[in-house]
Design a protein around this ligand. Structure first.
Ligand code: ADP
Ligand code: MG
Length: 535
């Protein structure tokens, strides 16, 4: 360390970096990295599955999050270690690409790492392990394809979609009303889906929440909601076939700016000014009426006098609507945002079948529902719940369910959950290992063992004996050659996941295996870690 001064005479400290760096090489580096990755996976392991635990995370400023979603837990955990960050990224990429399976992917990567550590101790070269894992993952992904089933669904037969969403929701806090939420999610996705192109734009589904009511009150609105109310309490609360003028310009009489000076020295002059102002505003209202608007939504406010006038002239208005909401309203109603009052024309009005104001509870909380819009492909899921944490967690759970429904529309193949797909892959990979003559076969076998960790974690989290349960299910699968047997987490009485209706999407499961393998390979290839030591 040395003290120096810059050109302004301010002192600063130079740290001689190279001397202070710590360095880990070879096996030590591998081991340190693996244990960092394993540590992250261990945290998530207890959150997996329908009986998984939730985590409570409090941020430095005191916000508390309670969640069971892997991506969210890791996102909030503020990890420092670089390898641990890779695991966080792993979960995030599963979240971006698939939306569900974010806990499972990290648990899987953790058990790959565990197996890799064992093989390293046996003296197998990391590259051989990485190659073996790669081969095994390819076998597993192909095997998944083989055991996958096609799911036929249509607007008349939504049950398969709902069941799959229910599997996703069953591991969340909200599983009490998973049926309702799954139905909402499926209907929302279908409302915005382009079934011909097999594509869903999830941006069109807005998820809103408001504290109060109960989870069962959560509803799907074919339109949008805005957290605003009519500017005057006596304005109509219900407007059918609304034509909406969306303004970003002030909607009130012009105010004298400071640059101008108005000399008023007599009552008459004041009266004229007042009338003038009133007439000006009156003209504005008339202009709105002339173009056919039956509702004005304004980004700016207007004063009480203007408000009164609007009420008087029977033109309902909403003030102080934020820019984002304005855009949303414009997209949904097919209207144009009008930045200058003179530009208001009939074509620029948005259209909605019904605009209504709804009040909640005993408070003066009101929201504006804009429904049956011109552009029908914008829907809102409106979540109610006892507190903010529940609402936030419900939002995350709904997001998972929406993603699952979207994935099924993209690709309607499913595999069975409850660890059954993993067990089946494990058996297939194990059998394939014998065909490889090289050292890789050890890695391939280890991969098969690692796959078992998902059903094991599910069993453990459900209070079952992990090893006994797993071996029983596995032997059942082999004996009956049936890949549907999984862990009976909810103690339903059958291991058959087909009967229990526990499904997961094929692409989700494949992605989990591919992503986890990729990260583990990456970690295995690092044999030199250079980092600044602590000062
Ligand atoms: P992730 O974030 O990975 O989706 P979850 O906590 O949602 O983690 O757990 C998903 C796992 O739980 C999957 O392996 C799934 O098959 C399993 N699962 C979900 N519902 C059930 C159920 N009812 N019975 C058995 N397993 C289930
Ligand atoms: Mg899930």
């Amino acid at each position: 360390m040395a003290l120096a001064f810059d050109e302004f005479g301010r002192p600063f400290i130079i740290l001689k970096e190279q001397e202070q760096k710590t360095r880990l090489r070879g096996l030590d580096a591998h081991k340190a990295n693996i244990s960092a990755g394993k540590a992250v996976a261990r945290i998530l392991k207890t959150s997996l599955g329908p009986k998984g635990m939730d985590k409570m995370l409090s941020s430095p400023d005191g916000d508390v999050t309670i969640t069971n979603d892997g991506a969210t837990i890791l996102e909030q955990m503020d990890v420092d270690n670089q390898i641990a960050k890779l695991m966080v990224d792993l979960s995030r990429s599963q979240d971006y690409e698939i939306g569900d399976g974010t806990t499972g992917v990290v648990v899987m990567a953790g058990s790959f790492l565990e197996q890799a550590e064992r093989l390293l101790e046996h003296g197998i070269h990391p590259i051989r392990i990485a190659e073996g894992f790669e081969m095994a993952s390819r076998i597993a992904v192909e095997h998944l394809e083989r055991i996958a089933q096609k799911f036929e669904f249509g607007p008349a037969n939504l049950e398969p979609l709902i069941q799959t969403c229910m599997t996703t929701l069953s591991s969340k806090i909200v599983n009490r009303c998973k049926r309702d939420l799954a139905e909402i999610a499926v209907k929302a996705v279908l409302a915005v889906a382009d079934l011909e192109r097999k594509d869903v734009n999830l941006d069109l589904i807005k998820v809103e929440g408001k504290v109060g009511g109960k989870l069962e009150d959560t509803e799907l609105i074919y339109g949008i909601i805005v957290d605003k109310d009519m500017s005057h309490p006596q304005m109509p609360k219900r407007i059918e076939d609304a034509k909406i003028a969306i303004l970003t310009c002030p909607f009130e009489p012009p105010k004298p700016k400071t640059k101008h000076k108005v000399d008023i020295d007599s009552v008459e002059k004041f009266q004229t000014l007042r009338l003038q102002e009133q007439k000006y505003f009156d003209d504005m209202v008339q202009k709105c009426k002339d173009v056919g608007a039956s509702l004005v939504i304004c980004q700016w406010g207007f004063d009480d006098e203007a408000n009164h006038l609007l009420m008087h002239r029977n033109l309902p208005a909403v003030r102080w609507v934020g820019g984002v909401e304005l855009e949303l309203i414009a997209i949904a109603t097919g209207g144009r945002i009008v930045p200058r009052f003179q530009e208001l024309t009939p074509e620029k009005l948005g259209k909605a079948g019904l605009v209504r104001e709804k009040s909640f509870g005993t408070t003066k909380d009101r929201m504006l529902y804009i429904e049956h819009c011109a552009n029908s492909r914008a829907v809102t899921i409106f979540i109610r719940g006892g507190n903010k944490m529940i609402i936030e967690e419900t939002k995350r759970s709904i997001h998972d369910a929406l993603c699952v429904a979207r994935n099924l529309i993209r690709n309607n193949s499913i595999v069975y959950g409850g660890g059954s797909a993993e067990i089946s892959c494990s058996v297939a990979v194990e059998a394939a290992a014998d065909r490889y003559p090289g050292v890789e076969q050890y890695a391939i076998r280890a991969f098969a063992d690692a796959l078992d960790s998902i059903p094991m974690a599910l069993a453990e989290n459900s209070g079952l004996q992990p090893i006994e349960t797993l071996s029983a299910v596995k032997s059942q699968q082999i004996k009956e050659n049936n890949p549907f047997y999984g862990i009976d987490c909810n103690d339903v009485g059958t291991n058959d996941m087909c009967e229990q209706n526990v499904f997961e999407t094929l692409i989700g499961k494949q992605q989990q295996i591919l992503l986890a393998t990729q990260v583990v390979k990456m970690i295995l290839k690092i044999d030199d870690v250079i980092s600044p030591s602590e000062y």
